[in-house]
Design a protein around this ligand. Structure first.
Ligand code: NAP
Ligand code: GLV
Length: 327
């Protein structure tokens, strides 16, 4: 039995797979993801696929893979690169790695909030470029975090973990989520608002929804128009949750004050993307969960899911099949 693993993994996960009796591990050893042709070729006749967010798993790939494919295990919590409905239609469970990355990703979201508010990236390059000549009352003055209002869009695990951090900094927290979460909200001192009201009242808006057909471009020109001119948008979830063209326009027209993005529409971002030329924008290379300890836990969990699927057991973390759409 063969499994295709699309990248080298931190920790002992690959060793665990290699010690599994009767299992051959077909590892893509390169730094860059397998190109489509290699994805099709190496998934064909495999019993399991362990993939990353950079790998597209669609109906065509599943068709090429053949009926022996028993499990798709993603080393990430977001699975928007996987056609979960197509997997479900073929009886293939899809695993992901929630929980273990929650705190690390919330740390990064809060780090982006702090960095954007206090202009840390601008300030550090100002020093490096030899522009620091004196102290002045307004040089690189930013926004206060304590006492400010944070609007959290998507009050799942990471959204709630961000609210915990906001409490420690004396912020007021608002949230919007598909479903209201009164118990978590009470525990975290957060209050529910509808989306336009949250956008209108927040000094910082941080996006934490899963990317789905419903949430694509959730933050569009109309949403950005609701935000106050001094507000800063933070996105550590997925790039396409934000209409990037509308964001660029809003930043150019000073409709909002800044953005701090761990994720972008195209990843890696195009070098000539206007966002990269804006001093009030921070762009990071999708490192939300990137501590070595967390990435190792994610790899372990992805291996646990893969092994369970190969054995025909329920996955420790299995994505529920999408509910049929009702009209
Ligand atoms: P989670 O606990 O499952 O939370 C997902 C959130 O998305 C929930 O608030 C959920 O709303 C909302 N949501 C899902 N489908 C929706 C829909 N159709 N309409 C509106 N809201 C919807 O997941 P998590 O662990 O917090 O992760 C959230 C996202 O962060 C992931 O999906 C992933 O894309 C991203 N992420 C990025 C990084 C990074 O490296 N930058 C790391 C980890 C995760 P309800 O609460 O109402 O169900
Ligand atoms: C990373 O982006 C994840 O979804 O885990």
């Amino acid at each position: 039995m063969r499994v295709f693993v699309t990248r080298d993994l931190p920790g002992r996960g690959l060793d665990r797979l290699r010690h599994e009796p009767g299992l051959h591990v077909d590892l893509w050893p390169e730094e860059f993801p397998p190109p489509r042709s290699a994805m099709l070729e190496r998934t064909a006749n495999a019993a399991g696929l362990l993939c990353l967010i950079t790998d597209r798993v669609d109906a065509d790939l599943l068709e090429h893979a053949g009926p022996q494919l028993k499990v798709v295990s993603q080393m990430a919590v977001g699975v928007d690169n996987i056609d979960v409905a197509a997997c479900a239609a073929r009886g293939i469970p899809v695993g992901n790695t929630p929980g273990v990355l929650t705190e690390t990703t919330a740390d990064l979201a809060f780090a982006l909030l702090l960095a954007a508010a206090r202009r840390l990236v601008e300030a550090a390059s100002y020093v490096r470029l030899g522009q620091w000549r004196t102290w002045s009352p307004t040089t690189l003055a930013g926004a206060d975090i304590h006492g400010a209002t944070l609007g959290i869009i998507g009050f799942g695990a990471i959204g709630q973990a961000l609210a915990t951090r906001a409490t420690g900094f004396g912020m007021r927290t608002l949230y919007w989520s598909r479903r209201q979460k009164p118990q978590a909200a009470e525990r975290l001192g957060a209050s529910y608002q509808d989306l336009p009201a949250l956008l209108a009242q927040s000094d910082f808006v941080s996006v934490h929804c899963a990317l789905t057909a419903e949430t694509h471009h959730l933050i569009d020109a109309d949403a950005l128009a609701c935000m106050p001119a001094h507000a800063i948008l933070i996105n550590t979830a997925r790039g396409p949750l934000v209409d990037e063209a509308a964001l660029i326009e809003a930043l150019r027209n000073r409709r909002i004050a800044g953005a701090a993005l761990d994720v972008t529409t195209t990843e890696p971002i195009e070098p000539d993307n206007p966002l990269l030329a804006m001093p009030n924008v921070i762009v990071l290379p999708h490192i939300g969960s990137a501590s070595l300890a967390t990435r190792t836990k994610m790899a372990d969990l992805a291996v646990d899911n893969l092994l369970a699927g190969l054995r025909g057991q329920p996955l420790p973390h299995q994505i529920p099949p999408p509910e049929p759409r009702t009209r």
